[in-house]
Design a protein around this ligand. Structure first.
Ligand SMILES: *[C@@H]1O[C@H](CO)[C@@H](O)[C@H](O)[C@H]1NC(C)=O
Ligand SMILES: *[C@@H]1O[C@H](CO)[C@@H](O)[C@H](O)[C@H]1NC(C)=O
Ligand SMILES: *[C@@H]1O[C@H](CO)[C@@H](O)[C@H](O)[C@H]1NC(C)=O
Ligand SMILES: *[C@@H]1O[C@H](CO)[C@@H](O)[C@H](O)[C@H]1NC(C)=O
Length: 539
């Protein structure tokens, strides 16, 4: 009988894991993260630049591409980037949040190895530590279909990434120290479009042609409405799902969300205003960018198109966003061939957000637990079996108890099909994101959720996405197939709320512990804190 040593077997398994994705093309990126001067509102600010750019470069990729991104941290403090919407199948190691990945120390680098496996669509990346997101370091990330997979609309004449978001004149350190002192954030000073202030961003179109705009809200808290003077936007894709192609005169984009629309330059030749304004906020803030016809010699003028004001308008728009069941997604078969509405859910998780004071400071919580990070990523504590956190430290339902601090990790079984209900009993908008997954948004409505609410679910053509809004004193229900082993961050996209505890991790676990279900720890994984002296491979 032949016997193999453990390292030998491990090497075989690693080669197997690598060869699985070895068929697919590689794209290499070398990024240098620095501080630099930016002037989005005309006054000097300290921004986080990637290769000298603010916002960072947009990543172009094709379904199944491997993205090898070497991030050099030239900031004087630790840094990490995370990938909003990139599912990183079997690979939460690369997620780039503090629960999964050690920070890149100043002057050092880390090479992310991501694969946009079985994905299409519009996403973005952002810096995940501290309050870095308030200073830049974000950019667009698009995944286009492979050449032979049909896309349900003619190839557009151009493809523009439009990153919209609220913005502060205060720098990220002063915003963060405000939160650390237990205070809330002030209202933002402005809205930026691709890192620029009023009329700083422009998009050129040839008259008569149709363009794709990929719009992401990369801001810190405000839901935004976008509209274009004289033009309709035909919605075609939401975070990786091809939608029924409805036309909208304006679109609500909540924090962390991404939408693709088609715009046809079918108006008289001149320039037009693109208007982006806040929704549901205490203060109304508005900015403009320019849609430029290439043959135009007239500047944009005239009254700006007004935006919606009612919450119900937004709820109705959200409900009108449906999956085109016959269109292809990342694979040639129609998106509707997975009948999620026929799958029995085995578990209901109800997540209620709340705000409260803990030790005299403002905090935010999920089912009463206000998340506190550990100095060592939970994923590494788990892998090296070091302990230091408790699986099951957050309940499946609101307990109604007073908010308290803990490192909340929820246990979940690989392949379970679960219902998650986000319950918002507060009077402000919420936006929730789940790393590693897309979920079907089966329902949303006002007041309290109850089992009877299921009667109104859309079990046919709900859109599958990774970030969903919850209206004030309302609920949103999603279905998710837990088919991605790993440790995944579930968070508020309101950055101050996330920073002050409105997040937790879900540990999707398979007792088989096979590399078929989860990749081994990356050879180049940085180790830190309690596991700093360990090794990613046996010596
Ligand atoms: C990053 O940029 C800084 C400032 O320009 C430079 O000093 C440093 O050498 C660069 N690092 C890398 C790895 O390119
Ligand atoms: C850091 O970058 C170098 C090349 O500049 C690369 O060889 C090395 O693997 C990177 N380190 C990590 C941890 O990814
Ligand atoms: C759905 O996709 C199909 C297939 O590409 C397309 O023919 C049809 O027009 C689309 N329907 C809607 C409502 O967008
Ligand atoms: C950030 O803002 C604070 C308060 O205005 C200021 O003291 C600090 O110097 C600023 N930091 C940088 C790096 O500009």
């Amino acid at each position: 009988m032949q016997s193999f040593s453990f390292p030998f077997l491990l090497i075989c398994m690693i080669s197997l894991a690598i060869s699985v994705s070895g068929e697919d093309p590689y794209r290499f990126f070398d990024w240098n993260i620095t501080y630099g001067d930016i002037y989005p509102l005309g006054v000097r600010q300290q921004g986080i630049l990637i290769n000298g750019q603010f916002p960072g470069p947009n990543i172009f990729s094709v379904t199944n591409d491997n993205l090898i991104i070497n991030v050099h941290n030239s900031l004087p403090e630790p840094f990490l980037i995370s990938w909003n919407g990139v599912q990183q199948r079997k690979n939460s190691w690369e997620d780039g949040v503090c629960g999964t990945t050690c920070p890149i120390p100043p002057g050092r680098n880390f090479t992310y190895k991501l694969q946009v496996k079985d994905q299409i669509g519009s996403f973005f990346y952002f810096p995940s530590l501290e309050f870095h997101k308030a200073a830049g370091g974000f950019g667009g990330l698009k995944v286009v279909s492979r050449p032979r997979i049909p896309v349900p609309f003619p190839t557009p004449a151009g493809d523009y990434t439009i990153l919209i978001g609220d913005w502060y004149k205060s720098n990220h350190t002063s915003l963060k120290s405000r939160l650390d002192r237990g205070k809330m954030l002030p209202t933002p000073d402005a809205i930026l479009v691709n890192g620029r202030g009023p009329n700083g961003a422009s998009f050129t179109m040839d008259q008569g042609k149709t363009y794709r705009l990929r719009i992401s809200n990369v801001g810190l808290q405000n839901s935004l409405n976008i509209r274009i003077q004289g033009h309709l936007m035909k919605l075609v894709e939401v975070e990786g799902t091809h939608t029924q192609q409805n036309s909208y005169s304006s679109l609500d984009v909540h924090v962390g969300q991404s939408y693709s629309v088609l715009v046809t330059a079918d108006q008289p030749s001149q320039d037009y205003y693109i208007v982006v304004s806040t929704r549901f906020g205490r203060k109304y803030i508005l900015t403009t960018a320019i849609l430029r016809y290439s043959n135009s010699n007239r500047a944009a003028s005239g009254p700006l198109p007004g935006g919606p004001t009612e919450v119900i308008w937004s709820l109705n728009q959200a409900r009108s966003i449906r999956t085109n069941l016959t269109a292809s997604g990342p694979r040639p078969n129609p998106q509707g061939s997975y009948h999620y509405g026929l799958v029995q859910t085995v578990r209901t998780i109800r997540l209620a957000n709340s705000a409260g004071q803990i030790n005299g400071k403002q905090r935010y919580a999920v089912n009463s637990v206000s998340f506190v990070p550990t100095d060592t990523p939970l994923k590494l504590l788990d892998f090296f079996k070091v302990g230091g956190f408790r699986i099951g430290s957050i309940q499946d339902y609101p307990t109604g108890s007073k908010e308290y601090l803990d490192t909340s990790v929820m246990a979940a079984d690989f392949r379970d099909f679960v219902e998650i209900v986000f319950e918002n009993n507060e009077g402000i908008m919420q936006s929730w994101h789940m790393d590693g997954y897309s979920f079907f948004v089966v329902g949303m409505d006002g007041k309290q959720w109850s089992p009877a609410s299921r009667k109104g679910y859309n079990l046919r053509d709900a859109v599958s996405r990774c970030t969903v809004q919850v209206y004030p004193r309302s609920w949103t229900a999603v279905y998710v197939a837990l088919d991605n082993v790993g440790l995944w961050n579930i968070r508020s996209e309101f950055w101050a709320r996330r920073y002050l505890g409105q997040q937790f991790y879900m540990r999707v676990y398979s007792p088989v512990e096979s590399i078929r279900d989860e990749y081994p720890i990356p050879i180049n994984a940085r180790l830190c804190g309690k596991v700093a002296d360990r090794h990613t491979r046996p010596l």
